[in-house]
Ligand binder design. Structure first.
Ligand code: NAP
Ligand code: MG
Length: 496
């Protein structure tokens, strides 16, 4: 339908504007998951009030309406959680045969499927992502991670042939706000499969589904203390990371906090994995199938409002097709539906927080001031809530801040190149190295690029594809260690 209107026969050169979009009736998902007014900490199998009795508010960024009060965990709560985890590790979970541990993981995976709609709505209300993403991506992927790792629980001896594989004990985990439940699954599923017990700190703006996961643990009959969720602020995260009982820590978040963590753990025997920021290059060669490439570019940056560490935020296009790609992108930009995250037609939902909206706005202003050419969709934004128009910058040079700094929003910066070597040079010219994309008709070019690009993941003729069996992680300031696959599981095991 949109395509029919896009090919305007009377004036093919005319660009699509928002008014050309066929307006759909609103199709909101019912905003009534089983939510409580107050969420306590999940420690030793029970929901408990924080020792200092403090709570903070979590709001819906799509409406700015309060959802619930969330417990603010302090050092004493983290201590109780770590002790509960240590006890569970030594008395129940550590000694339990892998085959039995696997059954719990299967149970958790199935319960996530059973509660998928409820969790998807809660995730969208708390974080702002479109319901079609939380429903079709976050929830199925979170369940898939538990299914995948359930299968590993009784096969650990095959992880490293001929070597002893053992869990660490208590693992401390801190996660960000962009994929709250999925990041939890990436962290908890391999840790439990390997025989560890966990203390996890979710991000302040998105604690809801992590605390609801405590309900899943209860329903699964998981022994108390195996999983502990301590919500709170940055200091709560620091208390988890630095607690003497956590012998391995796993952090996903900003490079800035990652560096703080490295400094604080230097000289200790703690094992560490860090998944940090990114500034991925999505590289389009002149022989690429341009229609697919344009969809891939759009998915690569506008998926989840660009709140994606591996977002294809730098588009590198071969000069000979740059004009054509820009024209197609501008047309496609105008058809993206921005609005109510709970509406099933929404492509781009709400920015996660007012603070993040401020950061995006500041960097976009810098892009304009530094001379890049800005194209924004002309769509109407809801009056309430944190929204940002999908934005495309052309005529960007490598020195511009929008080409160097992580924006973590729906903002794409387009640069051009002439030769493969120039594309590689520009793509690798960043302190980050998490992911990259390559669009070309030539298999040999894909293979060459995948060895030359310094990125943990290189997607070819696709973007943002994930699988629990496939390891994910970075180079350089994007961190170290892997999540997913055999490599990710190894990071939760002592290999003797
Ligand atoms: P952030 O500020 O680093 O926060 C991440 C988590 O760390 C939050 O739970 C945060 O708590 C906590 N935290 C803050 N200060 C801490 C400290 N001193 N010690 C321990 N924990 C602390 O990152 P963010 O802004 O939430 O997330 C966006 C960043 O994450 C981006 O840079 C993105 O690229 C990165 N990211 C990377 C990946 C990956 O796989 N590589 C995946 C997703 C996101 P509060 O919420 O209370 O501040
Ligand atoms: Mg919230």
């Amino acid at each position: 339908m949109i395509m029919a209107r896009a090919s305007n026969k009377t004036n093919p050169a005319r660009e699509l504007v928002f008014g050309d979009l066929w307006e759909y009736d609103a199709a909101p998902e019912t905003a009534a998951p089983k939510l409580k007014k107050r969420y306590d900490l999940f420690i030793n199998g029970q929901f408990v009030a924080p020792k200092k009795g403090k709570y903070f508010t979590t709001i819906n960024p799509g409406t700015e309406v309060k959802i619930a009060d969330i417990a603010l965990g302090g050092a004493a709560d983290v201590d109780a959680a770590c002790k509960a985890a240590q006890k569970a590790f030594t008395t129940v979970w550590g000694p339990m045969p892998g085959k039995e541990r696997g059954k719990y993981l299967y149970r958790i995976a199935r319960l996530l499927q059973d509660h998928a709609r409820e969790f998807a709505v809660a995730e969208t209300m708390d974080g702002g992502k479109p319901i079609k993403e939380s429903r079709d991506f976050d929830l199925p992927m979170a369940a898939a991670h538990f299914f995948y790792h359930a299968g590993w629980a009784d096969k650990l001896p095959y992880l490293a042939a001929g070597r002893q594989v053992a869990p660490y004990g208590v693992v401390g985990q801190v996660i960000p706000w962009n994929f709250p439940l999925l990041m939890l699954a990436w962290k908890i599923a391999p840790a439990l499969a390997a025989g560890n017990c966990v203390v996890l700190k979710p991000a302040e703006t998105t604690s809801l589904t992590a605390l609801k996961f405590g309900e899943i643990c209860q329903e699964a009959g998981l022994p108390p203390g195996v999983v502990n969720i301590v919500s709170g602020a940055g200091e709560t995260g620091a208390a988890v990371i630095n607690h003497p009982l956590t012998s391995k820590v796993a952090f996903t978040g900003s490079t800035e906090v990652g560096k703080l963590i490295m400094r604080s753990l230097a000289g200790t025997e703690k094992k560490m994995t860090l998944e940090l920021g990114g500034k991925a290059a999505n590289i389009v060669f002149e022989d690429a199938p341009l229609d697919q490439a344009v969809e891939g570019i759009i998915n690569g940056i506008f998926f989840n409002q660009g709140h994606v560490c591996c977002a294809g935020s730098r588009l590198l296009v071969q000069e000979s097709v740059a004009g054509e790609v820009l024209a197609r992108l501008k047309r496609r930009l105008a058809t993206l539906r921005v609005g109510d995250p709970l509406d099933k037609n929404t492509d781009i939902g709400a920015i996660n927080s007012k603070e993040q909206l401020g950061k995006i706005t500041e960097l976009v202003k810098a892009g304009v001031a530094e001379g890049a050419e800005m194209h924004q969709s002309a769509c109407q934004l809801p009056a309430k809530g944190f929204y940002f128009r999908p934005t495309l910058f052309a005529k960007v040079s490598m020195s511009h801040r929008i080409a160097r700094e992580e924006i973590f929003g729906p903002v794409l910066s387009m640069l051009t190149f002439r030769t493969l070597e120039e594309a590689v040079e520009k793509a690798n010219n960043t302190p980050y190295g998490l992911s990259a994309g390559v669009w070309t008709d030539k298999g040999s070019k894909i293979l060459k690029m995948s060895t030359l690009l310094k990125a943990g993941v290189v997607w070819a003729n696709t973007y943002n594809k994930f699988d629990p069996a496939s390891p994910f992680g970075g180079y350089k300031e994007s961190g170290f260690g892997r999540e997913g696959g055999k490599q990710g599981l190894m990071d939760y095991c002592k290999v003797g």
